[in-house]
Design a protein. Structure first.
Length: 726
């Protein structure tokens, strides 16, 4: 008689309590293998304990498990999933991933059933015990057995296409916005010898939209018969205008010719080989209606292959000038006020391949944060193919982008040099000859001579050093540590304050800040090691961006995986490091881990704070957040007070996290940690906080962003707390 085996992987551990399990890392798996003649059905019941669940099922084929062959479940407080192992879809077994959050506990039970009768009896019993759960079915067998259960059939294999269909279905379900008076949005498309198939895709996507827009096709002296014949046919359409420019003058000139003819209040720039996503115009008009002060609006975008099949999606943060100085993450789709765009002269020549990047920086200068919004809706489909600029003209586009940066960032940052970022085709804008502010390093410590000896050697004897270093010690007695202090104090570049008291990180930092004499404060853990020269100068460079009060560094574990690339407020329900333990050179979405970013929070393990910001906030809250979350609270309050927080990958250090302090998971430390965690949630409403540096379509329960299902479309948002870009 055959078997159906069910076995957890090494990251799914039993915990104390009935049916209680725990995720040892962010990839726990329940593996299921059916042998010939084995039970057909596996039923798994999940119940959340510590945090909402985000389970999914994979059905395997001969090539194994694949992200394109997954069935996401409803999750949340619980799930009752039926995996039907019949048929070719699950011929090689299945896998259930209960959650993707390290340390989270949940209850999990499973059963095997051979027959439909046995399955129905089990489901009736489980639904009586948990009436809030409806069975979710994954697999290739019959569904009639589930009649009367209110069951939901979960298909697999949809991948990104299914996710996008779900997003666009939410848009379709909304009531359409009020009818427009005339043309509200003009889409401008420069054309030169474009294939008729590409043009047909663009036109078709436009004609399927809500009313209130026009499409202007500006031909730039095409000579291709196919292109010219197609344009002739479209000339009779009422909401499509075809312009015939007799000579080829380039994208900027063709776009500007269309701008002269545009009737809309808003201008959208669109490429001839791309397309509008379903319901794009309705969603754009909704955002415009809801935010009447807007001057600029941009959306998320879908990346498609040459056949317009979705292959990726760019989900963006709210507007961030710091990130924009490293990569044109805004890109498509962007809407500009026609009046302002005309006043600025439209697109500039001489920036081929990056003309939209140059326009974006020039257009947004002088706007307030509340006049620039991000609409988290994939309103644009960007086709990537062999002839597109993104593939064929990378070197020229990068050179043009750096000319634009040199032109438009210098008024903000002063004299600058533009260099490659960690990813060579992205950008690093470095101020030149700017006076460095004075820096006081504050290092909390107790004993730990190897750790404190290493960090002091790095910052006192390295080439890039603070102006003064202050060790705040809560009671060292180790002779080696005390001798080390005396040696450096005798050299005149260290001050040590030893005050025996229980460990309170926030109080120690506050004590050091009160002793400091400099314009900026460098908070530095004793378990940090410097990896490269220039790290501290780089952090001061980030203070040149307008309004920035706090800067954080990139931190690696000793195995060179990422420990800190910024902290997302609300991740995991509280606050979490995104891309935690990712490989060192992980690019992140749109290369965000390779360039400077604004973040809502950075860790105090290595944090540079201006004196102005520190004093405005009153330092760390040592009463509420003695040990944990004091840096999260500090950064969140800084954001609320209008100070920018920046993370940079160009300052990289090693962090032996909590080596000297120990764990927060046991005894009195666990109780204190729970209190501080609850205080963070209450003060900053982390359960509901929408981090502007994060996209609302990303799950809050994964350190590496992935799409989540929503029941509503997120609204357009501005980046509150960001200084205006003067």
């Amino acid at each position: 008689m055959g078997l159906t085996l069910i076995y957890p992987n090494s990251q799914l551990l039993r915990d104390r309590g009935p049916h209680l399990w725990r995720a040892a890392d962010d990839d726990p798996q329940l593996n299921i293998r059916r042998f010939p003649g084995g039970p057909r059905y596996v039923v798994v019941e999940l119940e959340a304990v510590d945090a909402p669940l985000s389970p999914c099922v994979y059905l395997s084929s001969h090539i194994g498990f694949d992200e394109e062959r997954r069935a996401p479940l409803s999750g949340g407080s619980g799930a009752l999933v039926v995996i039907d192992l019949a048929g070719s879809n699950a011929a090689h077994g299945a896998r259930l991933d209960p959650n993707d959050v390290r340390g989270v506990r949940f209850r999990m039970r499973w059963w095997r059933r051979r027959s439909r009768t046995g399955l129905r009896s089990l489901l009736l019993a489980r639904m009586r015990a948990h009436p809030e759960l409806a069975p979710e079915i994954v697999g290739g067998g019959e569904t009639g057995v589930f009649d009367g259960f209110g069951a939901r059939l979960r298909s697999f294999g949809g991948g990104l296409t299914a996710d996008l269909d779900g997003i666009w279905a939410l848009a379709k379900a909304l009531d359409p916005p009020p009818p427009p008076v005339g043309v509200e949005i003009s889409f401008l498309a420069p054309i030169y010898n474009a294939p008729a198939e590409h043009l047909e895709n663009l036109l078709g996507s436009f004609l399927q939209q809500a009313p209130g827009a026009e499409l202007i096709l500006s031909d730039d002296g095409s000579t291709r018969t196919e292109t010219l014949e197609w344009l002739t046919v479209q000339s009779a359409r009422s909401n499509v205008t075809v312009l015939r420019n007799l000579e080829n003058r380039g994208i900027a000139a063709a776009t500007n010719a269309a701008l002269e003819r545009a009737r809309g209040t808003w201008i959208g720039l669109i490429d001839h080989d791309d397309a509008l996503a379903p319901h794009a115009i309705a969603q754009l008009r909704r955002a415009i209606r809801d935010m009447p002060r807007l001057q600029f609006l941009y959306t998320d975008e879908v990346i498609a292959d040459a056949a317009m099949k979705p292959i990726s999606i760019f989900l963006k943060p709210a507007f961030d000038p710091v990130l924009l100085s490293g990569v044109n993450y805004v890109n498509h789709l962007s809407l500009y006020r026609a009046e302002r765009l005309r006043t600025l002269g439209g697109l500039s020549g001489g920036f081929h391949g990056s003309q939209d990047y140059e326009l974006l920086m020039r257009y947004c200068r002088g706007l307030t944060a509340s006049e620039i919004a991000h609409l988290p809706y994939p309103a644009y489909v960007w086709r990537q193919h062999a002839d597109s600029v993104s593939h064929a003209g990378v070197e020229g586009a990068v050179a043009a982008a750096r000319r634009a940066l040199a032109l438009h960032m210098a008024p903000t940052l002063g004299p600058i040099a533009i260099r490659p970022a960690l990813q060579a085709d992205l950008h690093r804008v470095d101020p030149q000859d700017a006076p460095r502010p004075s820096i006081s390093a504050i290092v909390p410590n107790r004993d730990s001579p190897k750790l404190i000896g290493r960090v002091l050697a790095d910052i006192l004897e390295g080439s890039d050093r603070p102006d003064e270093t202050i060790v705040v010690d809560n009671g060292s007695v180790d002779p080696e540590t005390l001798a080390l202090y005396r040696r450096h104090e005798d050299q005149g570049n260290l001050r040590v304050d030893i005050t025996p008291e229980p460990f309170n990180f926030a109080r120690m930092v506050n004590r050091g800040a009160a002793m400091a004499r400099s314009e900026t404060l460098l908070l530095l853990n004793n378990d940090i090691a410097v990896l490269e020269p220039g790290w501290l100068t780089e952090m001061t460079h980030c203070l040149r961006y307008p309004g920035v009060g706090i800067v954080g560094a990139r931190l690696l574990y000793p195995d060179r995986r990422l420990q800190h690339a910024g902290v997302v407020l609300g991740l995991g329900g509280y606050a979490g490091h995104w891309f935690y333990k990712a490989v060192e050179d992980a690019p992140g979405p749109m290369g965000r881990l390779q360039v400077r970013n604004s973040m809502t929070v950075v860790t105090a393990a290595c944090m540079l704070v201006t004196r102005t910001c520190w004093e405005a906030l009153g330092g760390m809250d040592e009463e509420t957040f003695a040990v944990a979350y004091n840096d999260v609270d500090l950064c969140a309050r800084a954001r609320a007070a209008g100070f920018g927080v920046v993370w940079t990958p160009f300052a990289t250090l090693m962090h032996h996290e909590s080596v000297s302090r120990g764990s927060d998971m046991f005894g009195a430390s666990a109780a204190r940690f729970a209190r501080e965690k609850a205080a963070l949630a209450m003060r900053h409403d982390t359960a509901n906080f929408e981090d502007p540096c994060y996209n609302p379509w990303w799950s809050r329960w994964h350190s590496e962003p992935r799409l989540q299902r929503r029941t509503t479309l997120p609204a357009a948002r501005v980046f509150m707390g960001m200084a205006d870009w003067k």
